[in-house]
Ligand binder design. Structure first.
Ligand code: GAL
Length: 991
């Protein structure tokens, strides 16, 4: 590579020739033209190919065609390379600011037409909204400039290069450049022109930029305008017709703040926007204004004077086919989904999204933390030596990035915090960014989690703090020093509002403990909630060798270096399906709280500022899950932060069934994000009359026997079940294993660990060490009476002296088959157990078991530390829908607190099972699946699960919690399953 070229690719400066200062992404009526669409394209393996393609007359007929916007690695089915996924690791040598000569380089060309009437324009500007990672532009063979900052807008003045009629634009984009060192976010590396390219006219006398800063105070709106325009452009007029505003500023000096009476404030709950225009004779800019004041008062973060609690998600811009290419319809549907799941905030991790996303956030209502495009996490590997964040050579690039971020999006009322970036260590360049923001925008605080000691940011922010630590952070006057802080620094941080910019890592099945974090927010006002990591999985749709479609993660494209499925950690699967964790989240953060007390319920409005006049309350009663009565609950309007106590309806209570009262708060009218009747919040009250649990009948007269007998619907051979209700069946077999979740597979960090963990070792490793997935059985005894069979088995694993004694008693009780299983571990088990269950295998026979109906907790899976979305009721599901298609197959499908279960084959009921609570009143859970935990463990992707028609029913006396150890705390001790004795009792009848 020529030294000139290598100097260009490894230049730490943010490119040359782009217009500065950056300005807002405005909706202007000046003529413009989209250059999206097919471009000619050629990919070269290195950066050193001659630049002759940029010449006007270059013959590109042999080139391919590629759509703009797109990522070349997602086009052409692999002919332009493949995506690479790394989390922290740099996929190139750590040799800053240099990158390898193997540097995929995309050359683009297209023609465009400039209409004759554009000749009146003072200037023509070419805007790129996103190109990864470094690009250079030519128009009609004239070099215009270059830029880096992949998810930032760059504008170039091309006035002198364009002409009326046909023109040619050429772009060269390099996958790797110096900028790659500061764009090391945990996501796919996806090169190319992936956002819009637009040609914009700038009329003489037009408006270069406008900023309508707003405030709201005491029922009054406030506008502090900033208009950037030539003196000759004046007069400039601000119009807000709905507010009767028509304000003419004759000269720049006249532009002054305005007080506006009679406005409604903007909030994430009531996103009131007013249409405004700012015009000159030559150009009119349309804006949507929201009035709100953001401030920090002591350790409170307030909007319009009221404390904000962030029920937020980290949102990456990602789609299984388009990658980071924006699709407005999909984004709107995604945001509407967030609203339906009670999400009220978005952190734009870890870069500015497509600018339209902010228009949608203003309109639908979200508190937005807008983050700059910056992460240098890979320097962690070398103890942050050479980290750009503290190197003057990078100062200009850092400042350029934050300026482009703030300037582009400054008009949005939804943005309440600016974030400097993510995981970029610390250093003077970050401090300089913060200083610049403070000087430019006094109306919004600055966030950066990596400023641990609080040198230059306004909010104390952490990621993945444990529940205990979070609680300590909320406590007034706590004396403990904070992570990486001296006592003085700790004291400073404690004067600030606290938020968790990331928590509750939602990888695979999990997280647990959402409710524990939420409870703290209501107890300690310094805690302002946080942002779940993360909204959606980043799977890329591809096909297995046999053509089966699936969602790929790291390693699936043959990357040399990758981080596997760590990119699949969303509450939404890649195909937009909400996982149970999102339902759990919705229930945990619901903005209405119900507290039952005797014959009344206290209803508390937990919202920021909206009252409950948009809600209706309704109730229903179910007897063993069957609806018997329902009605409307009259609730006076509850203002934000207040409660109202109302009487409960008189309801029919059943003498022989469980009686449950459910109250829902639903939308009284449709909104842009949900229809009328959409459920916002739910609570249940158990009104059952206590009923006796059938006692265990003592039995005498046990005799040895050969174990071949029939007891009601059960047939046994050699003491083992062979048929149930005429169908082949085996079991019960002790099952202690679950297909490890991503949290189970993650090593303990040795910090928060219980005595059952070993630092650096995962629970799954401990389970494999103890052989929980390969248990074997030795029958110790087999006895029978006329109507009962008893077996005792010792269950243990190869090369282990640990064991579990399992006594199973099959009997006929009142003509019904009862199975009682006593499970008793030997001494010496040191780990937690994934589950204490018994498994039945139900091979195909003539018609496979393919569905279930049950009375218990549902409708979705639940675990001890994730139970809030589950309600007691009667549910049904196909066997397939009982499992969640996690990107990497793992434990799924557990339904807790089972009372009754019916297994079905098509429309035919096959078996009915009643679960009798144990002597502590504990009820088992169940899992019905086509795969055993051992089979699920073997599969790396759903398509690798074997085709089978055998169904497996596991009845669990207990399951281990979920936690979020894949990145965060382990299962809370209360929900960790210790080896212990358990009893399972089932009554089984033919369907
Ligand atoms: C955080 C990081 C995120 C993501 C997450 C784990 O440290 O900021 O980008 O990597 O961990 O999934």
């Amino acid at each position: 590579m020529s030294s000139e070229l290598s100097a260009y690719v490894s230049d730490t400066a943010p490119g040359r020739g782009a217009l500065r200062p950056a300005r807002s992404w405005l909706h202007s009526d000046a003529p413009s033209r989209s250059l999206n669409g097919p471009w000619r394209f050629r990919l070269s393996p290195t950066a050193s190919v001659a630049e002759d393609f940029a010449a006007e007359g270059f013959d590109d007929h042999g080139w391919d065609s590629i759509p703009v916007p797109s990522h070349w690695v997602l086009q052409g089915d692999g002919i332009y390379g493949r995506p690479i996924y790394t989390n922290i690791q740099f996929p190139f040598p750590i040799d800053p600011p240099h990158v390898p000569d193997e540097n995929p380089t995309g050359d683009y060309r297209r023609h465009f037409d400039i209409p004759a009437d554009w000749s009146d324009a003072a200037r023509v500007v070419l805007r790129f909204d996103g190109v990864e990672s470094l690009f250079k532009v030519w128009v009609n063979g004239v070099e215009i400039g270059s830029a880096s900052g992949s998810r930032l807008a760059h504008e170039f003045d091309v006035t002198s290069a364009v002409r009326t009629g046909d023109n040619v634009v050429a772009v060269r984009a390099h996958q790797w450049s110096a900028a790659s060192y500061v764009e090391d976010q945990d996501q796919w590396w996806l090169p190319g022109i992936f956002r819009d390219v637009t040609l914009i006219t700038r009329p003489a006398g037009g408006i270069e930029d406008v900023w309508l800063r707003t405030g709201f105070d005491d029922g009054h709106g406030h506008i502090d305008p900033e208009v950037t325009a030539d003196a000759a452009a004046f007069p400039v007029t601000l119009r807000i017709p709905e507010l009767g505003i028509e304000q003419v500023w004759a000269t720049a000096a006249d532009v002054a703040p305005l007080d506006v009476a009679g406005v409604q404030p903007w909030s994430a709950e009531q996103p009131r926007l007013y249409d405004a225009t700012v015009s000159t004779a030559a150009e009119s800019i349309a804006l949507r204004v929201g009035f709100r004041t953001v401030e920090i008062r002591r350790d409170r973060f307030l909007v319009n004077g009221r404390r904000v609690v962030f029920h937020g998600v980290n949102r990456h811009e990602v789609h299984p086919q388009r990658g980071r290419v924006f699709d407005e319809e999909h984004a709107r549907a995604d945001l509407a989904r967030m609203k339906r799941f009670n999400v009220n905030a978005i952190r734009t991790s870890h870069y500015p999204p497509h600018p339209r996303l902010l228009d949608l956030a203003d309109e639908l209502g979200f508190w937005v933390v807008l983050e700059c495009d910056l992460e240098t996490h890979g320097f962690d590997k070398v103890d942050w030596a050479g980290n750009p964040s503290d190197d003057p050579a990078w100062r200009a690039a850092y400042l350029d990035r934050i300026q482009r971020t703030v300037e582009r999006d400054k008009n949005h009322p939804s943005i309440v915090i600016w974030s400097l970036g993510n995981e970029a260590g610390t250093g003077s360049n970050l401090a300089a960014m913060s200083a610049w923001v403070h000087a430019r925008d006094a109306g919004r605080p600055v966030h950066y989690e990596g400023d641990y000691t609080g040198e230059y940011t306004d909010i104390y922010s952490r990621m993945y703090a444990t529940v205990l630590e979070t609680e300590q952070l909320g406590t007034e006057g706590a004396r403990s020093t904070l992570m990486n802080c001296t006592p003085a620094q700790s004291a400073r941080q404690r004067t600030k509002p606290f938020l968790l910019c990331e928590y509750a890592h939602a990888m695979g099945n999990g997280p647990g403990a959402l409710d524990q974090y939420e409870a703290l927010v209501h107890e300690y006002p310094r805690l302002h909630g946080g942002f779940v990591w993360e909204w959606r999985d980043h799977g890329i749709l591809t096909t297995a060798p046999d053509g089966t479609p699936y969602y790929a993660y790291g390693g699936d494209f043959g990357e040399v270096l990758h981080d596997g499925n760590f990119v699949m950690d969303g509450m939404l699967l890649s195909n937009d399906v909400p996982t149970p964790s999102l339902h759990e989240y919705k229930a945990v953060v619901q903005p209405v709280r119900f507290v039952f007390d005797g014959d009344t319920v206290a209803i508390t409005n937990l919202r920021h500022s909206a009252d409950t006049s948009d809600l209706r309350f309704r109730w229903r009663v179910e007897h063993d899950g069957t609806p018997v009565d329902s009605g409307a609950l009259e609730v006076p309007v509850v203002t934000a932060g207040e409660s109202q106590r109302v009487p409960l309806p008189k309801i029919p209570v059943s003498p022989d069934a469980e009686t449950w009262l459910t109250i829902d708060a639903v939308l009284a009218a449709g909104t842009p994000w949900a229809p009328e009747e959409h459920v916002i919040a739910t609570a249940q009250l158990d009104r059952s009359i206590p009923r006796p649990v059938p006692a265990v009948r003592l039995r005498t007269g046990w005799q040895p026997g050969d174990g071949t007998l029939t007891l009601g619907i059960a047939e046994f051979a050699n003491g083992s079940l062979v048929r149930l209700a005429g169908r082949a069946a085996t079991g019960p077999r002790l099952e202690l294993f679950r297909a490890p979740t991503d949290n189970d597979e993650s090593p303990s960090d040795g910090v928060e660990e219980s005595d059952a963990s070993i630092a650096g070792v995962s629970n799954a490793d401990l389970w494999r060490r103890d052989g929980l997935h390969r248990l074997t059985t030795r029958r110790i005894s087999l006895e029978r009476t006329a109507d009962a069979l008893r077996t005792t088995d010792k269950v243990s694993a190869a090369n282990s002296a640990l064991s579990v004694m399992v006594e199973s008693v099959w009997s006929l009780e009142d003509d019904e088959l009862e199975l009682r299983v006593e499970i008793e571990p030997s001494g010496g088990w040191r780990t937690v157990w994934p589950r204490i269950g018994i498994r039945f295998d139900l091979p195909d026979g003539t018609a496979p078991v393919d569905g279930a109906e049950w009375f218990g907790l549902g409708p979705l899976e639940s675990y001890p530390d994730s139970l809030r979305a589950a309600r007691t009721g009667h549910f049904s599901s196909t066997i397939g829908d009982l499992s969640v298609d996690y990107a990497r197959p793992q434990e799924t499908g557990h339904r807790s607190q089972l009372r009754r279960l019916t297994l079905a084959s098509g429309d035919t009921e096959v078996l009915r099972i009643v679960a009798i609570p144990d002597t502590h009143g504990r009820r088992p859970g169940f899992t019905l699946s086509r795969h055993t935990p051992q089979q699920i463990t073997q599969a790396g992707h759903p398509f690798e699960l074997p085709d089978t028609t055998t169904s497996h029913l596991i009845i669990d006396a207990a399951q281990h919690g979920l936690g979020s150890r894949a990145c965060g705390p382990d299962v809370w001790p209360e929900f960790a399953l210790r080896p212990e004795s358990r009893t399972i009792r089932l009554r089984i009848t033919e369907g």
